[in-house]
Design a protein around this ligand. Structure first.
Ligand code: AMP
Length: 422
């Protein structure tokens, strides 16, 4: 399969070639013909699958085929500024041989510049929900000319509480239109939402049911909290030419870890919610260009970052949900390159690890602690091995002995092998 099979405008196939895309990714092969037919689509695809070009190419083709220019024809809504920026960049790259005009819209950016842009005329708007609704309500944007609506990362929009805003935006949009909705997961709230927004959609699902990229290996270290920093240094020192995103649970932990890694001589930056837009951009651009090899971030701060060369995702703190695990690890192994996901799992992570394994049918590869690092404290059991506390029962005599024998077996016969399926 090649991009020429889609009969796209030659200006678009030229830009695809200039970007070095040799063949369509699975979501592109499936979605592009259907979107070109004009049908609504629900794309169950995580970030990293090539979904942005899957919706942009047919939309750009449609605009090139129309006589109209300079009035909004397509609207892309995405949950974060970073994702809006990233879609905008892709749209610019893909349309560089055309005269299609586009703009971004998000809060925090100056309103006058956006108003000037709208006055000059645009064909595509890529927006975050809040500022977009602002423009519609102030009547600085007339949405009546739109023929295509794209919602990207709908599950994140739901997580961030945006669904009511999008329902309100939708009430101002033409009902005669094509709608494309992309989501990595399909909780029931999103299912209901897709039914409201789309009409007779075709659902396209790529990758495994779990949404995990096949090119990522999932590794785990069983650690105590006090061992995490030392282990992270070891992991970071071994990434060679690659780069790593390190996830922490809180902004404070992200900041602390950034300072720790800097003090240890690592080329590191961090993304935390409190940063100004220009600092966030510096961090992302610096990471993208290779100035920084490590980016420390929380889940929210890392949303929408598209950096294609991420070789490692490190769960310094395990995520709270299976969806977050899918999203985090989707930052590596993009567009069929290889990636490593490394999880630092403590005893308190045993529940989430069990859920990840069960829901994603995932087998973690247990890695031994690198030489020189202290072993896990003796009270530390492999997180997925621990049973919950026995409520109302005192420990039985001899239980301790049995438990340590079990652990010895585990260490002796399983943990000593370098890469062992867990
Ligand atoms: P996305 O899932 O849209 O965030 O895309 C992930 C990455 O894959 C981006 O860096 C794209 O530039 C890249 N990409 C998209 N389509 C292709 C393709 N057909 N071949 C190679 N890389 C691609």
């Amino acid at each position: 399969m090649s991009f020429t099979n889609f009969d796209l405008n030659v200006k678009l196939t030229k830009s695809v070639a200039a970007l070095g895309y040799q063949q369509p990714t699975p979501i592109q092969s499936e979605a592009i013909p259907v979107v070109l037919e004009g049908r609504d689509v629900i794309g169950l695809a995580q970030t990293g699958t090539g979904k942005t070009a899957a919706f942009l190419l047919p939309v750009l083709h449609k605009i090139l085929s129309s006589e109209t220019r300079g009035v909004p024809q397509a609207l892309v809504i995405a949950p974060t500024r970073e994702l809006v920026d990233q879609i905008f960049q892709s749209a610019k790259d893909l349309s560089k041989y055309t005269d299609i005009k586009m703009m971004t819209m998000f809060g925090g950016a100056p309103m006058p510049a956006q108003l000037r842009h709208l006055k000059r005329g645009v064909d595509i708007i890529i927006a975050c929900p809040g500022r977009l609704l602002d423009h519609i309500q102030r009547k600085t944007l007339d949405p009546s000319t739109l023929h295509t609506l794209i919602l990207d990362e709908a599950d994140h929009m739901f997580d961030m509480g945006f669904l009511p805003v999008i329902r309100e935006i939708n009430s101002h949009l033409p009902t005669e239109r094509q709608t494309l909705l992309f989501t990595a997961t399909m909780p029931k709230e999103i299912r209901r939402f897709t039914e409201e927004l789309t009409s007779n959609p075709l659902t396209i699902r790529v990758g495994r049911d779990s949404g995990l990229a096949k090119t990522v290996s999932h590794n785990m270290y069983s650690v105590g909290d006090g061992q995490k920093k030392g282990l992270l240094l070891e992991v970071v020192n071994k990434i060679g030419k690659g780069s790593a995103i390190v996830f922490t649970r809180t902004k404070r932990r992200a900041k602390g870890l950034d300072e720790f890694l800097k003090a240890s001589g690592a080329e590191v930056t961090s993304l935390q919610g409190n940063l100004s837009q220009s600092k966030r951009r510096d961090a992302i651009d610096g990471f993208r260009t290779g100035k920084y090899k490590v980016l420390v971030a929380t889940d929210i701060a890392a949303r929408g970052i598209d950096v294609s060369r991420v070789s490692h995702v490190v769960n310094f703190d395990m995520p709270d949900t299976v969806e977050a695990y899918t999203h985090r690890t989707g930052r590596t192994g993009r567009a069929d390159s290889l990636g490593d996901a490394v999880s630092f799992a403590t005893a308190t992570d045993r529940q989430i690890i069990g859920r990840i394994k069960a829901q994603l049918s995932l087998t973690f590869t247990e890695l031994p602690m690198p030489g020189g690092l202290p072993k896990a404290p003796s009270s530390q059991k492999r997180p997925d091995e621990q049973k919950g506390p026995r409520r109302g029962k005192r420990p039985v005599r001899g239980g301790q002995r049995n438990q340590s024998r079990g652990r010895r077996n585990y260490r002796g016969s399983r943990r000593s092998s370098a890469r062992e399926a867990v």
